[in-house]
Design a protein. Structure first.
Lengths: 116, 115
Protein backbone atom coordinates (compact mmCIF):
# COMPACT_ATOMS: atom_id res chain seq x y z
CA UNK A 1 0.00 0.00 0.00
CA UNK A 2 1.04 3.57 -0.60
CA UNK A 3 1.79 5.81 2.31
CA UNK A 4 3.62 9.07 2.88
CA UNK A 5 4.50 10.18 6.38
CA UNK A 6 5.65 13.64 7.34
CA UNK A 7 6.26 13.40 11.06
CA UNK A 8 6.92 17.11 11.53
CA UNK A 9 3.66 19.00 11.76
CA UNK A 10 5.33 22.40 12.18
CA UNK A 11 8.88 23.71 12.07
CA UNK A 12 10.07 27.14 13.07
CA UNK A 13 13.46 28.51 12.06
CA UNK A 14 15.23 31.83 12.25
CA UNK A 15 15.82 33.61 8.97
CA UNK A 16 19.02 32.49 7.21
CA UNK A 17 19.09 29.17 9.02
CA UNK A 18 18.92 25.91 7.12
CA UNK A 19 15.90 23.67 7.63
CA UNK A 20 15.29 20.03 6.72
CA UNK A 21 11.83 18.58 6.20
CA UNK A 22 11.47 14.86 6.68
CA UNK A 23 9.50 12.44 4.53
CA UNK A 24 9.15 8.67 4.78
CA UNK A 25 7.24 6.69 2.19
CA UNK A 26 5.90 3.19 1.62
CA UNK A 27 5.29 1.51 -1.70
CA UNK A 28 5.41 -1.99 -3.14
CA UNK A 29 6.47 -0.77 -6.55
CA UNK A 30 10.05 -0.69 -7.73
CA UNK A 31 9.26 2.18 -10.08
CA UNK A 32 7.95 5.30 -8.43
CA UNK A 33 8.44 9.03 -8.25
CA UNK A 34 8.78 11.30 -5.26
CA UNK A 35 7.91 14.98 -5.19
CA UNK A 36 7.95 18.00 -2.95
CA UNK A 37 5.27 20.66 -3.30
CA UNK A 38 4.90 24.02 -1.58
CA UNK A 39 1.53 25.48 -0.59
CA UNK A 40 1.74 29.17 0.29
CA UNK A 41 -1.14 31.00 1.98
CA UNK A 42 -2.74 31.64 -1.42
CA UNK A 43 -3.58 27.93 -1.50
CA UNK A 44 -2.06 26.86 -4.80
CA UNK A 45 0.29 23.90 -4.50
CA UNK A 46 3.46 24.52 -6.45
CA UNK A 47 5.78 21.77 -7.66
CA UNK A 48 9.34 22.06 -6.37
CA UNK A 49 11.33 18.91 -7.08
CA UNK A 50 11.00 15.36 -8.42
CA UNK A 51 13.11 12.26 -8.06
CA UNK A 52 12.60 8.80 -9.58
CA UNK A 53 13.25 5.57 -7.75
CA UNK A 54 16.22 4.62 -9.89
CA UNK A 55 18.21 7.74 -9.21
CA UNK A 56 19.48 8.16 -5.68
CA UNK A 57 21.87 10.92 -6.59
CA UNK A 58 21.20 13.86 -4.37
CA UNK A 59 21.08 17.24 -6.00
CA UNK A 60 20.99 20.89 -5.25
CA UNK A 61 18.78 23.38 -7.04
CA UNK A 62 19.34 26.89 -5.85
CA UNK A 63 18.51 26.94 -2.14
CA UNK A 64 16.76 23.58 -2.34
CA UNK A 65 18.43 20.21 -1.93
CA UNK A 66 17.15 16.72 -1.27
CA UNK A 67 18.40 13.50 0.21
CA UNK A 68 16.83 10.37 -1.25
CA UNK A 69 17.69 7.09 0.50
CA UNK A 70 15.91 3.96 -0.69
CA UNK A 71 17.38 1.91 2.13
CA UNK A 72 15.40 3.92 4.67
CA UNK A 73 12.54 4.95 2.32
CA UNK A 74 13.23 8.58 3.03
CA UNK A 75 13.11 11.65 0.84
CA UNK A 76 14.15 14.61 2.93
CA UNK A 77 14.13 18.17 1.68
CA UNK A 78 16.42 20.99 2.80
CA UNK A 79 16.05 24.70 2.36
CA UNK A 80 19.33 26.54 2.77
CA UNK A 81 19.42 30.02 4.27
CA UNK A 82 15.68 30.31 4.86
CA UNK A 83 14.01 33.52 3.74
CA UNK A 84 10.79 35.36 4.44
CA UNK A 85 9.35 33.97 1.18
CA UNK A 86 9.67 30.40 2.44
CA UNK A 87 6.82 30.17 5.00
CA UNK A 88 4.29 27.73 3.63
CA UNK A 89 3.09 24.18 4.04
CA UNK A 90 5.40 21.71 2.32
CA UNK A 91 4.04 18.42 1.06
CA UNK A 92 5.92 15.30 0.16
CA UNK A 93 4.17 13.16 -2.48
CA UNK A 94 4.58 9.69 -3.96
CA UNK A 95 3.45 8.57 -7.40
CA UNK A 96 3.47 4.91 -8.32
CA UNK A 97 1.58 2.42 -10.42
CA UNK A 98 -1.31 0.33 -9.22
CA UNK A 99 -4.11 -1.66 -10.77
CA UNK A 100 -5.93 0.74 -13.01
CA UNK A 101 -3.16 3.23 -13.60
CA UNK A 102 -1.17 5.33 -11.21
CA UNK A 103 -1.88 7.45 -8.20
CA UNK A 104 -0.19 10.40 -6.53
CA UNK A 105 -0.68 10.58 -2.78
CA UNK A 106 0.42 13.30 -0.42
CA UNK A 107 1.67 13.45 3.13
CA UNK A 108 -0.09 15.56 5.72
CA UNK A 109 2.35 18.43 5.21
CA UNK A 110 4.83 20.34 7.34
CA UNK A 111 4.13 23.99 8.08
CA UNK A 112 7.27 26.10 8.02
CA UNK A 113 7.57 29.34 9.98
CA UNK A 114 10.50 31.68 9.44
CA UNK A 115 11.27 34.22 12.12
CA UNK A 116 13.00 37.45 11.17
CA UNK B 1 0.71 30.37 -20.13
CA UNK B 2 -2.44 30.47 -18.02
CA UNK B 3 -2.54 28.17 -15.03
CA UNK B 4 -5.34 25.97 -13.75
CA UNK B 5 -8.39 28.13 -13.13
CA UNK B 6 -11.01 27.25 -10.54
CA UNK B 7 -14.21 28.92 -9.49
CA UNK B 8 -15.66 29.93 -7.19
CA UNK B 9 -12.78 30.58 -4.77
CA UNK B 10 -15.14 30.59 -1.82
CA UNK B 11 -18.61 29.20 -1.31
CA UNK B 12 -20.78 29.21 1.80
CA UNK B 13 -23.97 27.17 1.77
CA UNK B 14 -26.36 25.59 4.18
CA UNK B 15 -26.41 21.84 4.60
CA UNK B 16 -28.56 19.92 2.15
CA UNK B 17 -28.02 22.58 -0.53
CA UNK B 18 -26.28 21.68 -3.80
CA UNK B 19 -22.96 23.18 -4.86
CA UNK B 20 -20.83 22.99 -7.98
CA UNK B 21 -17.18 23.74 -8.65
CA UNK B 22 -15.66 24.42 -12.02
CA UNK B 23 -12.14 23.82 -13.25
CA UNK B 24 -10.36 24.79 -16.45
CA UNK B 25 -7.03 22.97 -16.78
CA UNK B 26 -3.91 24.16 -18.52
CA UNK B 27 -4.35 24.04 -22.28
CA UNK B 28 -3.18 20.75 -23.71
CA UNK B 29 -3.21 18.88 -20.42
CA UNK B 30 -5.02 15.60 -20.96
CA UNK B 31 -5.21 14.50 -17.35
CA UNK B 32 -7.37 16.30 -14.82
CA UNK B 33 -7.71 15.58 -11.11
CA UNK B 34 -10.04 16.65 -8.34
CA UNK B 35 -8.54 16.51 -4.86
CA UNK B 36 -10.12 17.14 -1.48
CA UNK B 37 -8.05 18.90 1.15
CA UNK B 38 -9.28 18.97 4.72
CA UNK B 39 -7.82 21.46 7.18
CA UNK B 40 -4.34 20.46 8.22
CA UNK B 41 -4.19 17.54 5.82
CA UNK B 42 -2.69 16.77 2.46
CA UNK B 43 -4.76 16.55 -0.71
CA UNK B 44 -6.70 13.32 -1.25
CA UNK B 45 -7.67 12.19 -4.73
CA UNK B 46 -11.37 12.15 -5.54
CA UNK B 47 -11.31 11.47 -9.25
CA UNK B 48 -8.88 11.39 -12.16
CA UNK B 49 -9.78 11.96 -15.79
CA UNK B 50 -7.79 11.07 -18.85
CA UNK B 51 -9.39 13.20 -21.53
CA UNK B 52 -13.13 12.75 -20.95
CA UNK B 53 -12.85 9.33 -19.30
CA UNK B 54 -12.93 8.96 -15.53
CA UNK B 55 -10.18 6.39 -15.06
CA UNK B 56 -10.16 6.43 -11.27
CA UNK B 57 -13.20 7.47 -9.25
CA UNK B 58 -12.79 4.91 -6.50
CA UNK B 59 -12.52 7.60 -3.80
CA UNK B 60 -15.48 9.66 -4.98
CA UNK B 61 -18.52 9.32 -2.66
CA UNK B 62 -20.95 8.59 -5.44
CA UNK B 63 -24.08 8.92 -3.34
CA UNK B 64 -23.70 12.69 -3.24
CA UNK B 65 -20.72 13.61 -5.41
CA UNK B 66 -20.62 13.65 -9.18
CA UNK B 67 -18.18 14.95 -11.73
CA UNK B 68 -18.01 15.40 -15.44
CA UNK B 69 -15.48 16.43 -18.01
CA UNK B 70 -17.35 16.93 -21.21
CA UNK B 71 -15.20 17.31 -24.33
CA UNK B 72 -12.13 16.47 -22.28
CA UNK B 73 -11.34 20.04 -21.31
CA UNK B 74 -12.96 21.76 -18.35
CA UNK B 75 -14.62 19.87 -15.55
CA UNK B 76 -17.35 20.30 -12.96
CA UNK B 77 -17.55 18.70 -9.53
CA UNK B 78 -20.97 18.67 -7.87
CA UNK B 79 -22.15 17.87 -4.37
CA UNK B 80 -25.84 17.27 -3.77
CA UNK B 81 -26.87 17.47 -1.02
CA UNK B 82 -23.95 18.97 0.90
CA UNK B 83 -23.27 17.85 4.46
CA UNK B 84 -21.40 19.58 7.26
CA UNK B 85 -18.45 17.24 6.79
CA UNK B 86 -17.99 18.39 3.20
CA UNK B 87 -16.47 21.66 4.38
CA UNK B 88 -12.99 21.60 2.84
CA UNK B 89 -10.94 22.92 -0.03
CA UNK B 90 -11.55 21.28 -3.39
CA UNK B 91 -8.46 21.38 -5.54
CA UNK B 92 -8.25 20.83 -9.25
CA UNK B 93 -5.00 19.83 -10.91
CA UNK B 94 -3.88 18.90 -14.38
CA UNK B 95 -0.89 17.26 -16.00
CA UNK B 96 0.17 16.92 -19.60
CA UNK B 97 0.67 13.17 -19.62
CA UNK B 98 -0.91 10.09 -18.16
CA UNK B 99 2.10 8.48 -16.55
CA UNK B 100 3.47 8.60 -13.04
CA UNK B 101 6.43 10.74 -13.89
CA UNK B 102 4.99 14.17 -14.10
CA UNK B 103 4.27 16.86 -11.64
CA UNK B 104 0.77 18.14 -11.07
CA UNK B 105 -0.26 21.72 -11.73
CA UNK B 106 -2.81 22.93 -9.20
CA UNK B 107 -5.40 25.66 -9.14
CA UNK B 108 -5.94 27.85 -6.10
CA UNK B 109 -8.81 25.71 -4.91
CA UNK B 110 -12.44 26.26 -4.00
CA UNK B 111 -13.05 26.59 -0.29
CA UNK B 112 -16.43 25.24 0.74
CA UNK B 113 -18.10 26.03 4.05
CA UNK B 114 -21.27 24.14 4.89
CA UNK B 115 -23.35 25.64 7.71
Amino acid sequence: AQKVTQAQTEISVVEKEDVTLDCVYETRDTTYYLFWYKQPPSGELVFLIRRNSFDEQNEISGRYSWNFQKSTSSFNFTITASQVVDPAVYFCALSDAYTGGFKTIFGAGTRLFVKA
Amino acid sequence: EAGVVQSPRYKIIEKKQPVAFWCNPISGHNTLYWYLQNLGQGPELLIRYENEEAVDDSQLPKDRFSAERLKGVDSTLKIQPAELGDSAVYLCASSPGTGITGELFFGEGSRLTVL
